[in-house]
Each structure stands twice: as C-alpha cells, then as structure tokens.
Design a protein around this ligand. Structure first.
Ligand code: R2B
Ligand code: URA
Length: 310
C-alpha cells in the first residue's frame, strides 16, 4: 500500500469510488446538484460520469472550454461523429462543465465560496456516478512572490490570509477548521513532469489563499487602501521569507475539501506578475493567454502519462 494514500482512508469504497462523509445523502430519494444543473433523479449520473478519472477546475468558463479542446487533442479523444462539446451545466448559469472521456473540465468562478460550493457538488457528483479514484486539479492564475511572470507554481502547502494551514468555515455558528493537505506524491510527480526545455520555470511552494484580490492581497490599487507601499512590501517580503511563492484565491478550500473527501488533488498556477514589482496586471492579453496554457500543459502531461500506463 502507498503510504502517501493513507489520509484518504475511510473515504473510499474498496473499489475506489468516493464515500460521502454525510449520512443524509443516501437517505434522500434524489439529490439535486443545483449549481451544476444536474440531479440524481433527473440524470443517469452513473452512465454520464462513471468513467471520469480527472476533474480539472479553473476560474473561467472560456478557459475551461479551451482546456477541454486542448486535452481532447492531447489524449486523442474523438467526439462521436456529428457532435460538438456541450456545456453540461449550461442551464445553471453559474458554472460551465465539459466532458472529454475521462476528463471533466469545470469553471469555478472566483474565490473560496464559489469553489467551495462547486467542490461540494462535484464531490457528490463523483459519489453518485461511482467514478473510481478521481484526481482533482486546479489550473489557475496567481500573483507571484519573487518569481518571474510566467512561472508555474505547484502548491505544496496552502495558508489563508491569517497564516492558518486550514480552511475555516462557520458552521452552525462555530468556526470549523479543516486542514489543507496536498498529496505529496502527486505534487512530486507533477514537478517531475516539468521539462528542462520549457521556456519558463516550474517550482513548488506555499500558496497563500486570499479572500480578496485587492486589500486582501496587499495591493495598493483597490478602491480603498489604508497602508503604505512600504507596509505592503514588508508584508509581502515576510510572506516570501516564510516560503510563500504565490497568492491566489481558491487553494485553501480546494486543498482542505478534497483532503476531507479523501480525493487526491493538486493546484498548479501560473504567475501573471511578480507582486514585489507591482500590483496592476499590465501584461498584454496575448502574453497572458500563452501563460494560461502553462498549467494546462503540465496537467496534460500527467493525464497522458497516466492513461498510457493504465
Ligand atoms: C486567481 O485569479 C482570480 C483573481 O483575478 C482568482 O480566482 C484567482 O485565484
Ligand atoms: N490572481 C490573483 O488572485 N492574484 C493575482 O495577483 C493574479 C491573479
């Protein structure tokens, strides 16, 4: 048995399908995945999703649709003749979801509440569909700390804006903390897939998950700012010294809720800028578009390798 997998114990059935840590669900006659526009009563979720092996999440519907087409090409998946990729969650008007064989590509919006809701429903989707040992990836963007713009950062730890290595959620009026844990083996394997020939760096580091893009990330260019540029730099340099390589807005619930569900997961983000050098994202659009492919390229290498060895 793989010691890296022990944290997942008790959250999977012997065949690898996801067990829910909620006794209520199996007693319900149907479960409506409201924000995905799917339901266990209205859809044959087993038929639709049982073959899912990789759940890839990223912020925007457009990027996740493009990732779906990219991974289709990479794994040589052919759509049935006469069909095109459909946004499965189109009628939720919340998230977009595309399926390419064993890969689901879903947009998660911005911030912890948005990805938190999506994780609840996606984990339940994995449970209802009996998908075996699914692996979750977040392919995102971030602000870097002391790294060149365009650098790919694989998270090996996640902290919130107060430095907690856990996801704090008020539940029934009390704060419940769930630890952020990434699968070490998966992070290592991803790092090993960085090619020395890639024209950019791929590095491991702690990710800070902020609940805001502006003041919550120490920016001076929001609508409000009550600290100085010097205060900001002192804060960001302190974060960097403690091992933080990047700042984004979803890694904490992503790490904590996948870990709570016993699902292997990794966060791979490309830095759009070096926050020690500025706040505004002024990189040209074409350059940003190319940057956004970098986490996708790494995850595609992982998926291809996985599918080849199975
Ligand atoms: C990265 O980019 C978004 C903010 O611009 C946010 O979703 C994140 O984590
Ligand atoms: N996303 C963030 O959350 N912060 C940045 O600085 C860039 C992208």
């Amino acid at each position: 048995d793989d010691p890296d997998e022990e944290y997942a114990e008790g959250t999977r059935y012997p065949d690898g399908s996801v067990k829910l840590r909620n006794p209520h669900i199996e007693l319900m006659d149907q479960d409506i995945l409201y924000h995905l526009a799917l339901g266990s009563g209205s859809h044959d979720l087993v038929e639709m999703f049982r073959d899912v092996k990789f759940v890839c999440m990223g912020g925007t519907p457009r990027r996740m649709e493009m990732f779906a087409y990219y991974i289709m090409k990479e794994i040589g998946y052919k759509l049935p003749t006469g069909t095109t990729l459909m946004d499965i969650s189109q009628y939720s008007y919340r998230y977009s979801m595309f399926k390419v064989g064993p890969v689901l590509s879903i947009s998660h919006g911005m911030g912890t509440p948005s990805i938190g809701i999506l994780l609840h429903e996606t984990i339940k989707l994995m449970y209802h569909s009996k998908a075996k040992d699914p692996i979750f990836f977040r392919l995102g963007t971030c602000g870097g700390l002391g790294v060149e713009p365009g650098t790919v950062v694989i998270s090996d730890d996640a902290i919130d804006g107060l430095g907690n290595h856990s996801y704090s959620v008020p539940i029934l009026g009390k704060v419940v903390q769930r630890p952020c844990k990434f699968d070490k083996k998966l992070t290592r394997e991803l790092k090993a897939l960085a090619d020395p020939e890639d024209p950019y760096e791929t590095t491991l580091g702690t990710t800070m998950c902020a609940d805001d893009f502006y003041e919550g990330q120490g920016r001076c260019d929001g609508a409000f700012c009550d600290y100085s540029e010097a205060d900001k730099l002192e804060y960001l340099e302190g974060l960097m010294k403690s091992g933080v390589k990047n700042i984004e807005m979803e890694s904490v619930p992503f790490a904590a809720l996948t870990n709570h569900a016993g699902i292997k997961a990794a966060v791979i983000c490309v830095a759009l800028l070096n926050r020690l050098k500025g706040d505004q994202v002024c990189t040209p659009k074409e350059v940003l578009n190319e940057y956004q492919l970098r986490p996708q390229i790494l995850v595609a290498r992982y998926i291809k390798k996985y599918l080849q060895t199975k």
